[in-house]
Design a protein around this ligand. Sequence first.
Ligand code: LMR
Length: 394
Amino acid sequence: MFQSLPVQPADPILALMAAYRDDPRPGKIDLGIGVYKNAAGVTPVMRAVKVAEERLWRDQETKSYIGFLGDPGFNDAMIRLVLGDALPRQNVAAAAAPGGTGAVRQAFEAIREANPDARVFISDPSWVNHASMLDHVGLARKSYRYFDAESRGIDFDGMMEDLSDLGAGDVLLLHGCCHNPTGADLNSVEWQAVRALLARTGALPMIDLAYMGFGDGLEADAGPVRDLVAELPEALIAVSCSKNFGLYRDRAGVLIATAQDGTLAPRLGDTLAHLNRQNFSFPPDHATRVVSTILDDVDLSADWLDELNGMRGRIQSVRQALANELQRITGSDRFHFLSRHRGMFSRLGASREQVEMLRDRHGVYMVGDSRMNVAGLTESSVPVLAAAIAEVGL
Ligand code: LMR
């Protein structure tokens, strides 16, 4: 039986992680997988997480099952964090999931359950796993233009032209903030136009919100999602706690579904519970409880937000430092897009050959499409990277 298993393609992000690990050069620079690193190059456990884990260890008396939707305290806290008061609670259903990827997967399954013929429109480019998961669950996908290779901003006219094909029964997948892999986000006028398009066509919006807090701040990053659920009849939001709580390997995420017609919320809840049951029964609890312990405690959440803001600030200053250094050594401001981009990633705009040259000659690891994780840079690696970028002729 096993002999008939197909050979699976390597995941480009994970393959890069392994190649970096195996590189013996001491000065190598890892700009691959999307994890935050501090000025010392370490991905820290956040202070509030440490305190919450200690509390849990001390106070938790059972690890018995809760329910297929996970801990209601976590789901409520996440709904408040993401949606604020954009919608009454009775119009919202939520299910905990194993990380942001788990929430995206459950969202795709919910879409398939509601309409197996739905076409899911994804940006070109998008997070690599969006396309492969859609193929895996058997949903049709279409891409829409998004990134303008010349300006490294958004090709909004191209995007809207491609989306003119959207119809009721289709799904438009958007990144809530910090677009992965490009770093180029819609501005408020563009978001407004997208909402108008969704209202006109009746297509369902699905938001992947994996980097809330890393763009312009927690509240600002939630803004587009809140406007969207307030205005549109239905929405799906896949939220990750991997990055903003630094809980990567512990897998905490939530899938939120909203409906202006509140009578639909119980059916939505039942659907999400059923889908969790089919895939893994009970979602992992520990990391979600760490999150709700933080969010339900005024002091802990203030400290968490303070640390998160510090992380965002560091990314922004590294972006600026790299843009400045590139301007200094190339005498051109063509790299200013680096300071305009938001979140961990920027698509540099290098060719595949240049990406390989950066790796082979300079020990700089970025994804083949020239997505670099800016959060992987430190004060000392900024000039090294800038020199390498100039050397490969970008
Ligand atoms: C990334 O894009 O690097 C992260 O979202 C990690 C992942 O799962 O790919």
